[in-house]
Write a protein that binds this ligand. Sequence first.
Ligand SMILES: [Zn+2]
Length: 362
Amino acid sequence: MILPAISYHLLIDKQTLFWVKKQPQKNYCGLTTILFNINEIIKMSIHHIAVSNKYARNQRIKRQRIVWGHCLFSCLLFLLFLPSPVFSYDSSSADYKKYINRLEKQFSQYGWTDVKPGTISWEYYRTTKNKNPLIFTTFGNSKGNCVLFLGCVHGDELPTVYLMFKLAHYVKDNPALFKDKCIVIAPIVNPDGFLATPPTRVNASGVDLNRNFPTKDWQASAIRKWVAKGGKKRYSPGAKPGSEQETQFQLALIKRFKPQKILSVHSPLNFFDYDGPSSDLNSFEHWLEKISKETNHPWKKFGYYPGSLGNYAGHERNIFTLTLELPSSDPRHGNMYFQKFQPSILKFINLPIVGSLPNIKR
Ligand SMILES: [Zn+2]
């Protein structure tokens, strides 16, 4: 009974056959070897169970891998075709076309007939609460020398939009400007506020986007300071830091392009203001003083708020962050402001940054 059992076992297990070939001289018929055989059968049975278990485990792992592969593939297909607010870059989408049409209509109402939003190649990956795409465009691809322009962070600061679109046209027509650098323009950070009737400073959720950045002092001070100053709706920092799509949009631009310089255009406070960097401060103040004289536009150190861009980018990340406050929010003055500030904007693009590099890992 032992030998047939062994034969049967040998037939079904390649590894055991191998063992027999290696030891052909063994005599299984002697009385003294019966105990040995029993011992070997037990060992082989255990081995067989182990091999069978291993085989079953491998099959299980294979099945799991196939299932996970299918899941991953389905998820990728899902993300590719689902119009999500984060992954929907499609310049032929209905949302995008609707948005560009609305902008063109709005621009003609403001008399901005020389800027054509549809003629610039825009990218977008996020939409706002009102389904407006958060667009930006990039010129040049030099890494390490990027400048970021932000317009219309506050939706009712109308000429800032004209300035940014006009700048996009100008840069597009003058490729020498971005030969050795990259220029990123996000002309309307707050489209819901810009397209509201009447336009509003805050976004569709009632949040001031220049108080919503996740700065270190946000949790401790943003809401407390806002309430202490009267809790005006215009300055609401939101329920939590970075809660708004528009804030996430700006954070993503900073993270992706790692700009050395940022120019954010606002109105109507009528001055230049800057934050950061912490090194080589004197040369920036010198530069700003010169620009201020040339443009006949005052500059001041305005300070920063919990959740403001100046705090997040300039103070905390060492990025030279310049704020241009236009003299008024009257959309009819857009072209006049572009003529006035264009030379200083071009100088800002070419301004070399010395000293320590921005810290944009966080
Ligand atoms: Zn503003």
